[in-house]
Design a protein around this ligand. Structure first.
Ligand SMILES: CC(C)(COP(=O)(O)OP(=O)(O)OC[C@H]1O[C@@H](n2cnc3c(N)ncnc32)[C@H](O)[C@@H]1OP(=O)(O)O)[C@@H](O)C(=O)NCCC(=O)NCCS
Length: 202
């Protein structure tokens, strides 16, 4: 099968990384079920049982969720899930990742997060958020490495990742904002002499 998300693969990482669709539901279920209780807590914030995992997979909105997985043969060994949150216009999403124990510490978590970020950008998302339990040090380091702005709040660490650089305000708009924020006399002067605004913007 073709790797639809081509890129350099670390030597130790055999298999393919690709986007998942509804046909991969069984593989997805298998991956989550292979996570032990501690991993499930890190991933779902509670040691969810098999029935809850089943319900979670059944409830996935495939039209909105982006799932990037790494397959070793038919076995899904790692997954990054990008779930849009809030209204569409905000273009924000939450991302969560899981890698099976025997595949860890080979760069797969980082690789899946990189691919998830690229896929999120491709569908027009602007912000990604990772919510991490504070003792998940590996995940905190991974998120920080991706340029996430880290914040500790309400017992979790949140990493906010901007997918696009902040747009800089044009000079004329910045000037106008400054004028509007300053003393009324200055506003009157600018309205009287609008060419000043243009000259400064040039
Ligand atoms: C967190 C998790 C996804 C990390 O997956 P991973 O595939 O091990 O991630 P990576 O390999 O990219 O990085 C992990 C560590 O291995 C190191 N590493 C990467 N490639 C390596 C290599 N070739 N040789 C040695 N070490 C390597 C990284 O530097 C990193 O080190 P650190 O912990 O000291 O910072 C995985 O542990 C997991 O699934 N945990 C349970 C679920 C979970 O916590 N999910 C997060 C929910 S937000």
């Amino acid at each position: 099968m073709k790797n639809t998300l081509a890129g350099p693969v670390p030597v130790a990482l055999t298999g393919i990384t690709r986007q998942l669709g509804p046909r991969d539901k069984a593989a997805l279920m298998g991956h989550f079920l292979r996570l032990n209780s501690e991993d499930r807590t890190m991933r779902f914030f509670s040691p969810v049982g098999d029935a809850s995992i089943n319900a979670y997979v059944e409830a996935i909105n495939w039209a909105r969720t982006v799932l990037i997985g790494h397959f070793a043969g038919a076995r899904l060994v790692g997954l990054a899930e990008v779930i849009p949150t809030g209204p569409r216009w905000q273009r924000c999403a939450e991302v969560a990742v899981s890698v099976e124990p025997d595949w860890r510490r080979h760069g797969l978590g980082k690789r899946l997060l990189d691919r998830a970020m690229a896929a999120a950008r491709a569908v027009g998302l602007r912000q990604l958020r990772l919510v991490i339990l504070p003792d998940n040090h590996t995940m905190v380091r991974l998120a920080r490495g991706l340029g996430g702005k880290m914040r500790s709040d309400s017992g979790v660490v949140t990493a906010q990742i901007a997918l696009w650089p902040e747009r800089k305000m044009p000079a004329w708009l910045e000037h106008l904002a400054g004028v509007l924020a300053s003393a009324p006399t200055q506003l009157v002067e600018t309205l009287h002499w609008p060419h000043r605004l243009h000259r400064r913007a040039a």
